[in-house]
Ligand binder design. Structure first.
Ligand code: GDP
Length: 323
């Protein structure tokens, strides 16, 4: 148990991304010093540069949010990038944290690293009990090695490295590129553009039957700070809402918020991916943390953010890059 104080210097990797930017917003409510570094100054995949940077800036804690991330299509197109970038990032960050005696490190994993067929809701101990979902195996293997690496550092060197397994996230600063994004930002953008163009139909990938759980990124950022202060266990811990819905229900919710008049058509030539993915969040609930932003409210807020920034032309609409 520890409390974040003015003596803390917390490095947030990937501070321009969806999660990293939310963690920075949350940390601004504390009196800790926040350390960030732009990609032009530091390539988080570069072991020697990261070691040097950590040696110079001396963070006391690290929240490792940087990652090469993307949706079902991007994963299938660029498996080498997803694998190499994410492995190199955790090797650099964890080894530098060990070398420079960082007091605590939080590694952010992902719910998609659990086996494809595991029982639902997914408990932490199902990790590595069966085969992975092939549509994101490269990303999953990289993230699993990051989670395991936290445990290895704990065993071999006594490092206080912990890992969180978040569910699907959404919120401001997401990637809204239609090819590479996850489902929620893609739907927000599609419905919005359909409304602007007065289209009568919006296409949604797959059958609409897969079930997914969604959490607002501000909830995860809050959980990251909670875990940094209250969790010292080597076992990864799930962070989610524990509530799932079908992609068809999700599309309906977005339609209702953005453009209620439009018709939804499912494109069954696109992959469904895993059929259900919902986390068992009883362990984090027992520790005393639970989410506060319900999906409908979070969606409205994210849509308002999106619409304002779409108009201003300053959001990620076209490319996927490491965040
Ligand atoms: P996943 O949770 O790792 O499978 O990743 P995604 O968020 O990319 O996809 C979740 C589900 O939403 C899959 O069944 C997709 O087929 C479905 N989906 C529906 N429309 C879209 C879309 O426009 N983009 C994406 N990425 N997925 C979509």
């Amino acid at each position: 148990m520890s409390h974040i104080s003015a003596a803390d210097r917390i490095w947030v990797t990937g501070h321009r991304g969806l999660l990293g930017s939310a963690v920075v917003r949350r940390l601004k409510q504390t009196n800790a010093s926040i350390l960030t570094c732009d990609r032009q100054t530091l390539d988080v995949r570069d072991v020697a540069s990261v070691a040097r940077w950590v040696g110079e800036h001396r963070p006391t804690q690290i929240i490792h949010c940087a990652g090469t991330v993307g949706g079902i299509w991007a994963n299938s197109q660029r498996p080498v990038d997803f694998f190499n970038d994410n492995c190199l990032m955790h090797i650099s960050v964890l080894s530098a944290a060990h070398r420079h005696q960082v007091q605590k490190l939080l590694y952010v994993g992902s719910s998609c690293i659990y086996p494809r067929e595991c029982p639902q809701p997914i408990r932490e101990e199902y990790l590595l009990t069966d085969s992975l979902e092939p549509t994101n195996a490269a990303y999953a293997l990289a993230k699993i090695s990051g989670v395991m690496s936290c445990q290895f550092y704990r065993e071999q060197h006594g490092c206080n490295f912990i890992s969180a397994m978040p569910t699907n996230l959404y919120g401001p600063n997401d990637n809204f590129d239609l090819k590479t994004s996850h489902v929620l930002p893609a739907l927000i953008r599609r419905f919005h553009e359909a409304k602007l163009q007065g289209d009568s139909e919006v296409v949604v990938w797959g059958s609409g039957r897969p079930r997914r759980e969604f959490m607002h990124v501000d909830d995860l950022a809050d959980a990251c700070l909670f875990l940094l202060q209250n969790y010292d266990d080597g076992r990864p811990i799930n962070v989610g809402t524990g509530i799932d819905l079908t992609i068809a229900e999700l599309a309906d919710l977005v339609r209702y918020i953005v453009y209620p008049e439009v018709h939804v058509r499912f494109d069954s030539t696109k992959p469904d991916g895993t059929l259900r993915k919902v986390l068992d969040v009883s362990r984090i609930h027992e520790l005393g943390w639970s989410h506060t932003i319900e999906l409908q409210r979070g969606l409205r807020q994210t849509y308002d953010w999106f619409a304002a920034h779409y108009q201003a032309g300053d959001i990620r609409l076209g490319t996927v890059t490491p965040s």
